[in-house]
Design a protein around this ligand. Sequence first.
Ligand SMILES: [Zn+2]
Length: 375
Amino acid sequence: MDYTGNLPCDIADEVELLGIRVVRNTGTQLHCKCPFCDDRKAHLNINLGKNVFRCNRCGKGGGVLHLYAEANGISLNAAYEELCNIYRHGEHRPERSIQKKVIKQKAQKPQLDLAPASVRDNTYSNLLSMLSLGTAHREAMLNRGVSGEDIIKLGYKTTPAVRAPKIVTELLERGCELGGVPGFYIDEETGKWKMDIRGSGIMIPDRNSKGQIEAIQIRLDKVFKSKFNTFTSVDQYYGATASCCPHFVGVSDDVDSVYLTEGVMKADLAHYFSSLLGHPSAFVGLTGVSNFNQFRRSLEELRAFGIETIQVAFDMDMAVNDNVRKAREKVLQVGCEEGFEMIPRRWSPNYKGVDDLLLSFVERKKITDSIFGKL
Ligand SMILES: [Zn+2]
């Protein structure tokens, strides 16, 4: 049905009808509190000339009918009929609360429980095996000090094009399970599995102490709020919430000490540089310094390896970042209480992360090698 030009009201009428709070009126646009999400500012933009709306926070948008249908949890046809009844026949709007209706709807969108680590590992390993690392991302890794062949060993890949139907088909053909694996969900209209790519970037496998990929981090090309995203399908139909694990690299039974750092890529790079320097060391990367659940889990896993010493090598911005400093203190304290030998590491603040510090050693080693020859 095409309703264009035959609508019983304007979008401005609806804003009043639905009781949407207008924060600012520019004459051509209304900036409102979005009734569909936890908007605390005025992310809902209403274009009065075009009769359209869009929330920059939750992404909901559309025309006159969409706004009414969304607010009332009804179809577009039903919305048209009700609006005609109200604006052309003077009837009252049926009593419905926007907020409750919508929150209920959101909760009704079925979500799946997180699949076991072995299932996620199988699906993610298969997924990454189908992808490649694009030229720009390869360059970026070279610039970070990783040499050609070693980039391949890291197993980093470029995010595929949005939705990537072929990849999903291939995964299913390989017998991979997609239910409960963050990043995959069911398309409500077609009933088919889809991939949820929310931003392009470098995909980095987050491996647990057994080497299983529990999650995939994405180093975003366009940094918005944060450099990293986790591959997720949270809030999608039959989607799943991502759950990162402490990232283990180079940890084995032969090791008695590990370095604790923040970030999956940082742990990978630091381990790689330590190997180049002839001192291959074990690293555990937490996805966030204040992630204490992850920290406690890493303690349990380290204990299982018989490792008793943890060198805390968080970023040196603790001098300026209060949150980092507090998190570091708590990590040191909890680790000690749990019976670990906790060794805080410090270095020149010219090098923010332990990876930056080690890379500077690698670069200096190259210079000394070139002057004196390798031993
Ligand atoms: Zn919103």
